[in-house]
Ligand binder design. Structure first.
Ligand code: TYD
Ligand code: MG
Length: 454
């Protein structure tokens, strides 16, 4: 008889431990451990995915230098989506599209799959969350009712795989992986064990049949449903769909891609007729800017291969709290602490005793160190209540010594600024000779920056 053991699996990272505790030993998340019964079906997905027969014999090797043509890419016609995928979907691959519930994953994939189906590519959309009627009504509202997409509402993996084997589609959407369940496991749908086993099975299906399988995964913080993080390492590409629900922009970001670059973003706008591509995101992020005000700096950033201009806003205000507040939206708070410390140490600006609020307008999240100088400029401008020179963009990395370091792709950043009507830039000194249609003032250090704002 199979031995039945109880183990506790972290619903966030998939790690497990024999005893329950409030905090996962592997990833440090709180309240994510859930009891699961192992035994005949170990929650590692191992037994569920283990082949029934062991295969004997030897493996065949091939030459590294052998001929291997580039995979044929399937393009949806939604340029922002195709670019983030690395130029289109690749046959025999599995993708994960993660994001907060309600952010627009189903809408995006329905639009993408309809674009593919209209070209005669066979597509299947399996919804575990909505009925076929609901998906149909949404398709009608989005003007996609004419696209020959095969639709099914099902959550049982074995039924889905049987259906797919009969239908043989080139593209499969599984919406979402958290609703799927395999009868090989006793665990409830949505637990790490189920999510992992289903994702493994579907990935294997993709490799075996040459289909491209897109898995939708909800990101949840509360640990009730297994985060798609456990699936990330199994798939070929991971795309995250993000944005503030209160804003209409949505950003699709590649965080892993075996067939293309990462850090590429696609920008969309959510409207009544679904997601609309935004070909010029800078114009969108800068939309609604008024007269130059203190505390605002336009950062000329890069998102993947594309320059994107965004406004960074800072407010430095007298604090009534013992420990002044530091609030950051869209940037790294550790990096803000560093910039504040450098400004204090090198320029004598005293931020202690003052609350600091930093916001990246438009809901974009910036990860580049090149934003240091723009953040510093916004902070200094707010502190001194002096607006930055009108029509100027800012970029550059700040070192702990207070020097401004060169950053990559300066010319592309300046060209984008010129295109949007900016005429000046505060940038590292090495960018001053670039002929990009913008007058560059070289900033050598944070002291130099303060001098230019005063
Ligand atoms: P959905 O694609 O269902 O999100 P997810 O699959 O990520 O959970 O999108 C749901 C939200 O999008 C919902 O709040 C309504 C909004 N929406 C629009 O604003 N316009 C539209 O045309 C559609 C289809 C949805
Ligand atoms: Mg959905």
């Amino acid at each position: 008889m199979a031995r039945t053991d109880t183990i506790f699996v972290c619903q966030s990272c998939g790690g497990f431990q024999p005893k329950w505790s409030g905090r996962c030993d592997s990833c440090g998340e709180w309240n994510t451990l859930m009891e699961e019964t192992s035994g005949a079906s170990a929650p590692l997905g191992s037994s569920a995915s283990a082949p029934k027969k062991t295969r004997r014999g030897r493996i065949d090797f091939v030459d590294l230098g052998g001929d291997s043509p580039d995979p044929k890419r399937l393009q949806s016609g939604i340029a922002e989506f195709d670019r983030v995928c690395g130029g289109g979907l690749v046959p025999a691959s599995a993708l994960l599209v993660g994001g907060d519930p309600g952010i627009g994953k189903s809408t995006l994939l329905l639009q993408a799959v309809a674009g593919l189906a209209r070209q005669g590519i066979t597509t299947a959309y399996v919804s575990g969350e909505e009925s076929a009627g609901q998906v149909r009504r949404r398709a009608k509202r989005l003007g996609l009712a004419d696209a020959p997409v095969q639709l099914a509402a099902e959550t049982a993996l074995s039924a889905i795989l049987d259906g797919l084997k009969a239908e043989k589609p080139d593209i499969v959407i599984i919406d979402s992986i958290q609703t799927m369940w395999t009868d090989q496991l006793a665990a409830a749908p949505g637990t790490v064990a189920q999510v992992r086993a289903c994702a493994q099975e579907l990935t294997r299906f993709a490799k075996k049949t040459g289909a491209c399988v897109l898995l939708v995964g909800h990101v949840t913080k509360d640990g009730q449903i297994a985060g798609p993080r456990v699936v990330e390492h199994m798939v070929d590409a991971v795309l995250y769909f993000e944005g503030e629900r209160s804003h209409q922009f949505r950003i699709l970001r590649a965080v892993k891609n075996r067939f293309g670059p990462t850090d590429e973003i696609g920008v969309f706008e959510m409207g009544d007729a679904g997601l609309r591509e935004v070909a010029n995101p800078s114009a969108l992020f800068l939309d609604g800017r008024g007269e130059p005000a203190s505390g605002a700096a336009v950062f000329a950033g890069m998102e993947g291969t594309r320059p994107v201009l965004t406004e960074i806003q800072a407010l430095v205000a007298q604090s009534s709290l013992g420990t002044p507040r530091r609030t950051v939206v869209g940037w790294d708070s550790g990096r803000l602490a560093m910039v504040l410390a450098v400004l204090e140490a090198r320029c004598g600006l005293a931020f202690g005793g003052r609350d600091v609020y930093l916001n990246v307008a438009g809901g974009l999240k910036i990860a580049e160190p090149a934003a240091d100088l723009a953040v510093a400029a916004a902070l200094v401008s707010s502190m001194l209540d002096a607006p930055l020179p009108a029509d100027s963009v800012v970029f550059g990395e700040i070192s702990l010594s207070g020097d401004v370091r060169p950053v990559g792709r300066a010319e592309a950043r300046l060209k984008e600024a010129a295109k949007l009507g900016f005429s000046k830039a505060l940038a590292p000194s090495n960018a001053t000779d670039l002929a990009a249609g913008v007058t560059v003032s070289g900033v050598s250090s944070v002291i130099d920056l303060v001098r230019r704002i005063e």
